[in-house]
Write a new protein. Structure first.
Lengths: 542, 268
């Protein structure tokens, strides 16, 4: 390589990473499904508000969605105590909120005290609550603060990724922010305009202030087809999440805009109702509580076909509750169950079932037939259910598919328990398995197959309870990992949830958008928003 | 007009015949999934191609037509019978009975059908076969669709009650049963028959609407509603023309029902 070509290559690289000043002054546009309900970061419950919170909030530590590691935010360093009951932050000096109000440890204390206020009903506070008592912030100096909790919290530092700092003194209250953007305009039902925060602390390696893009326009658009049409026309620059059909359509119409960010963290699963008081026949309860029966159903489902046909190859057969994409916590010794109808029949025979004239009967002669409920309008789930229906027919099981509107479905699976099996998905935004405590502990509301148990109904559920409590009680990663690995193994052996597929994180993005690092974790495309920049149209065409 | 009626009649007969002969004409079982051949184009094996799960579209169209064309008239018949009984009784009895029945009909007309159907369907037992599920869906449609026809039947019966013909029959000592059988019944029958024919396409479209929402006929049984779901996304805009065959068939069939009715027959 000649010296000239080396210089050219370096110049090209620097142009890619560091936009010329003239290229920074433009606007990134994308859609949100509704107007944000609140701009108060402590009261966020809906996705549009969460989007604004992410883009405007200055947090003490930020989870790098790519490396899955915590990075300094407005705190330069932090230390969690060995008992996981307190944390000490050292803050950046001389920071200003977007309105020019100075930032200090008093603001951190103010934010935490507000979080302590029970009358606020902050959903963010739930994650910080451990044991009875309040969070006690103690200001040590202008830039140092210690925060004590009434009980140990696993992954304590990571919680602060969700907690933007509020100003104790700003007259603009929650509208004064420390994040890369601030809310400049909001027209409910139309758009939210975010402008670049002139006081944002982060700079690139050449000293250029970040973010590169001057403003973000979040247009309110409920209709996902219209959103896609706007993307195809070039009216918007990105769509954070696409369903497989939209993705395939985009790949055909504008392949340069289609982005597959890799295996996602969300799961799709089917489970049987094992609630003892459920209004279903006793013989069916015997089937559903039989490990052999659940295992046989699982073996009879062709997950590879589900991924290939329903998701057009944009999904992978699932292994268990923690997807392979979660590198830190996935039990790498586990493999997805292979499609094995003869093996399924063997298991069923061992459990007293018999296949006669193509119909599977239990030991008392009841033909095996059950219903699965899923939410109407979710095409992928309905198609998966239809494919599972054919797979199960091959081992003599008749499956009736019932699609219900979402409120009716939730009523049945959470209150009346008047259902036999259910096919639904689970959104996993948190990499730490401790976030799944409310699913795996047998006394939990979301222990879907048999919630709110007074004592564990089975030895393996008792073992899961023990493992979840063990991982929650220590900050020793190795101990936690061992417990979580064993949990995954038990779940694969017992199959209270029959995991089907892990979807790929699919997105659409303008070829103009540079420094993009699409990841499966939310927010998939703009998690590094301060580093993004838009190339001029002519350069993008090249 | 007569030619159009004739063409529409022949078209409906052909559609009905094709659906009845579905077991002979269908290239494959309607539920069979050719998973290696999903979204296939037209071929000798699959004349209308395959859907997203690899099921033969022609087979599903033939069986779906059977479901929609058999059960929509059944639902229309149920609704018309209910309307005849309710409206006829109200119109002939008059007084508070008429007021109560008409108030009930008004109430039914003011209730948003779709939400009512979604609610009622959510309360039904889950473990029913697809065939039972489709029968229940259409029975629900029939039970909920009586009100409009009942108002028309009620008005017709009221007019009959006060007509010279009935007054004369009463004055001649005609018994109530004979009055119903010989005079009121035949005069109401024309109106009800017209309403029956008019409501068939309404029920076809209602099922299609429910199907589009995923709340219609249960899988794997096809219906026009479930077949139309293939067109329910943006990607269908650039789809092969064969995907629009169920839509074309639905439009032609509903239009044919309207043509078959002579304008003078449709007493609205």
């Amino acid at each position: 390589m000649t010296r000239r070509s080396v210089i050219t290559a370096l110049l090209t690289l620097s142009l890619t990473l560091y936009p010329a000043r003239s290229q920074t002054g433009n606007q990134l546009r994308f859609c949100i499904g509704a107007s944000p309900r609140t701009f108060d970061p402590l009261l966020v419950t809906d996705e549009p508000s969460e989007t604004v919170r992410y883009l405007t909030g200055g947090v003490l530590v930020r989870l790098n969605r790519q490396s899955q590691q915590l990075e300094p935010g407005v705190a330069v360093s932090w230390k969690v105590s060995p008992d996981s009951r307190s944390i000490r932050f050292v803050l950046r000096e001389n920071l200003l909120f977007s309105d020019g109000t100075p930032f200090s440890s008093e603001d951190v204390a103010f934010t935490l005290n507000r979080l302590n206020d029970a009358s606020l009903h902050s959903p963010v506070a739930d994650a910080f609550r451990a044991g009875d008592g309040k969070i006690v912030p103690r200001v040590e100096s202008k830039n140092t603060i210690s925060i004590a909790f009434p009980a140990a919290i696993v992954g304590l530092d990571k919680l602060f990724d969700q907690l933007p700092m509020l100003s104790a003194h700003s007259p603009h209250k929650e509208m004064a922010v420390l994040g890369p953007y601030y809310v400049a305009d909001n027209k409910p039902g139309a758009y939210v305009l975010l402008e670049r925060n002139p006081n944002y602390w982060k700079r690139d390696s050449k000293g250029h202030p970040l973010p590169y893009i001057d403003s973000l326009r979040l247009d309110v658009e409920q209709n996902r087809d219209l959103e896609m049409m706007r993307m195809l026309r070039g009216d918007i620059d990105l769509i954070n999440s696409l369903d497989p059909e939209q993705y395939e359509h985009l790949k055909t119409r504008a392949p340069a805009k289609a982005v597959d960010a890799g295996a996602g963290f969300d799961t799709e699963q089917i489970w049987f109702n094992q609630v003892p008081s459920a209004p279903i026949p006793a013989y069916k309860k015997l089937w559903f509580t039989s490990t052999a029966f659940r295992r046989a159903v699982s073996l009879a489902i062709d997950r590879a076909d589900l991924a290939r046909v329903v998701y057009h190859g944009d999904a992978r057969p699932a292994t268990g509750p923690i997807p392979q994409a979660n590198r830190k916590w996935f039990n790498s010794t586990l493999r997805p169950l292979s499609f094995n109808p003869p093996g399924a029949l063997d298991k069923l025979r061992q459990d007293g079932f018999a296949l006669r004239n193509g119909v599977l009967n239990d030991k008392d002669g009841h033909p095996v037939e059950f219903s699965v409920v899923t939410n109407s309008g979710n095409k992928a789930r309905e198609e998966m259910a239809t494919m599972i229906q054919q797979d199960l027919l091959a081992i003599g099981i008749r499956l009736n598919i019932v699609t219900l509107d979402f409120p009716s479905l939730i009523e049945r699976i959470s209150r009346t328990f008047d259902y036999e099996a259910c096919l639904l998905g689970m959104v996993n935004d948190d990499l730490d398995p401790n976030a799944q405590m409310n699913i795996w502990v047998s006394s939990a509301d979301n222990h879907q197959w048999n919630p709110n148990q007074k004592t564990p109904a089975t030895p393996w559920e008792a073992e899961i309870d023990r493992l979840m409590r063990l991982q929650a009680s220590t900050s020793d990663f190795n101990k936690r990992k061992q417990a979580v690995d064993r949990l995954q193994q038990i779940v694969q052996e017992q199959e209270p949830f029959i995991y089907l597929v892990n979807k790929e994180a699919l997105a659409a993005v303008s070829p103009r958008l540079r420094n993009l690092a699409a990841v499966p974790l939310r927010p998939q495309l703009y998690w590094n928003v301060e580093w993004l920049w838009l190339a001029p149209q002519a350069e993008a065409r090249r | 007009m007569r030619r159009a009626r004739l063409a529409a009649g022949i078209f409906l007969l052909l559609v009905a015949a094709a659906s009845l002969l579905a077991p002979l004409l269908a290239p494959a079982p309607y539920a069979r999934q050719f998973r290696e051949d999903t979204n296939a184009s037209c071929s000798r094996q699959h004349p209308l191609g395959t859907d997203g799960l690899g099921r033969d579209r022609l087979s599903r169209l033939l069986y779906g037509t059977r479901v929609s064309l058999v059960l929509a008239p059944a639902a229309a018949l149920l609704a018309t019978l209910l309307a005849g009984v309710a409206g006829g009784t109200a119109g002939l009895a008059g007084g508070w009975i008429e007021s109560s029945v008409m108030a009930a009909a008004d109430l039914f007309l003011s209730v948003p059908w779709l939400f009512l159907l979604i609610t009622v369907r959510a309360l039904l037992p889950l473990n029913v076969s697809p065939l039972a599920s489709v029968a229940i869906t259409f029975a629900l449609l029939g039970c909920l669709g009586w009100a409009g026809t009942a108002r028309i039947a009620g008005a017709e019966a009221r007019a009959l009650r006060t007509s010279d013909m009935i007054l004369q029959a009463r004055a001649s000592g005609c018994s109530a049963v004979r009055l119903l059988r010989k005079h009121i019944g035949p005069n109401l029958a024309d109106t009800l028959l017209t309403q029956f024919w008019l409501s068939i396409p309404v029920f076809i479209l209602s099922e299609a609407n429910l199907g589009l929402l995923g709340l219609g006929v249960a899988e794997p049984l096809p219906s026009w509603g479930s077949l139309l779901r293939e067109l329910g996304s943006l990607s269908s805009l650039g789809a092969e023309p064969v995907r629009f065959v169920p839509l074309a068939l639905l439009v032609l069939t509903v239009s044919s029902f309207q043509f078959v009715l002579h304008r003078e027959d449709a007493r609205l």
